[in-house]
Write a protein that binds this ligand. Structure first.
Ligand code: FE2
Length: 312
């Protein structure tokens, strides 16, 4: 006799059908377990290449109009069945291209967001709550929850960046709000090249050269943690299995990654790897100097009091 039959035997005829009609389910005969001994990630480790995304975005310019510039992006969709959006459980990333002369329309949303600038010429900027914030290669620019933001490229070079947002988390929490700016493009009230929302690439490099790892804007976003990590040749960064989800972007040089259930791969500038929770990983510098930015949902886990129980 199967376990299910054992657990359901002895019930009067029609008992379980009756429960179904009342939206009740017997806890002693669950169809699937609802707790398990340690984390199980629905998402898998995966890699995205900047060269692939850049080539596809260049092509997309031929048919995605400047009017749709804010949506001319390529989402890093975790390659599991039936997934159309998240990169991992709580975060999503996307490569975006804004061409010279284009403005991506202003909007605001409850999800927190940030941009990591891969390539940009002069006169590229973001307007956050009316403040014009210049951006340059290697910069990290924060747009916390419910801050208006729009992006312009008034220079001569195409601007490529990576967006990261906590949209999947906000969807799970069912606390989504979104609004387009009533004027399409928010007007500039002031100019702050040194805005606290901007973390300049040059400053991050100086910090990494001095200290190896730099925590970018602690508490800057309540749900997303950011670190800049510098590696000399042969130097390693990694972790045993952990409960948070981590995305790494190479911002300089070349690294060799080795991730449980993915294997060993070499990544170059602009490439991305996602390491969902409970996957051991190691990243080793292959160039004389390489740099990474780590994007993590660790602040969510800490704020909620979840820790690596197995290691505590
Ligand atoms: Fe946005």
């Amino acid at each position: 006799m199967s376990d299910f039959l054992k657990m359901t035997s002895g019930a009067p005829e029609g008992f379980f059908e009756g429960l179904e009609g009342k939206a009740l389910s017997p806890g002693w005969a669950k169809k699937k377990p609802q707790m398990w001994p340690e984390p199980r990630s629905r998402y898998v480790p995966a890699v995205w290449r900047y060269a692939d995304a850049r080539a596809a975005l260049d092509q997309a310019c031929n048919f995605v109009s400047p009017e749709q510039a804010e949506r001319r992006n390529l989402i890093l969709v975790n390659p599991i069945e039936d997934n159309i959006y998240p990169t991992c459980r709580h975060l999503v990333g996307a490569y975006q291209l804004v061409l010279p002369g284009e403005t991506a329309r202003s909007h605001r949303h409850s999800p927190n967001a940030l941009r990591l600038v891969l390539d940009a010429g002069s006169e590229t900027f973001t307007i956050v709550n009316g403040v014009k914030v210049d951006v340059a290669e290697g910069d990290v620019v924060l747009t916390p929850s419910w801050h208006w933001h729009g992006h312009s490229n008034f220079g001569d070079e195409p601007a490529f960046w990576l967006d990261f947002l906590d949209v999947p988390l906000v969807q799970n929490l069912e606390s989504m709000f979104f609004e387009n700016h009533p004027e399409r493009d928010e007007s500039v009230a002031s100019h702050e090249p040194d805005s606290p929302l901007r973390h300049k690439g040059v400053d991050l490099v100086a910090g990494m050269r001095e200290r190896g790892t730099v925590e970018i804007a602690p508490e800057g976003l309540k749900t997303i943690g950011l670190h800049a990590i510098g590696l000399t040749q042969g130097q390693s960064h990694g972790s045993e299995r952990r409960i948070d989800n981590n995305i790494y972007v190479v911002t300089a040089g070349e690294v060799r990654i080795n991730v449980e259930n993915l294997g060993a791969l070499t990544l170059e500038r602009g490439d991305v790897v996602v390491v969902p929770c409970w996957h051991e990983y190691n990243i080793e510098g292959c160039s004389s100097w390489s740099q990474l930015v780590r994007v993590t949902d660790e602040p969510v886990m800490k704020a909620l009091g979840f820790v690596n129980v197995m290691q505590s």
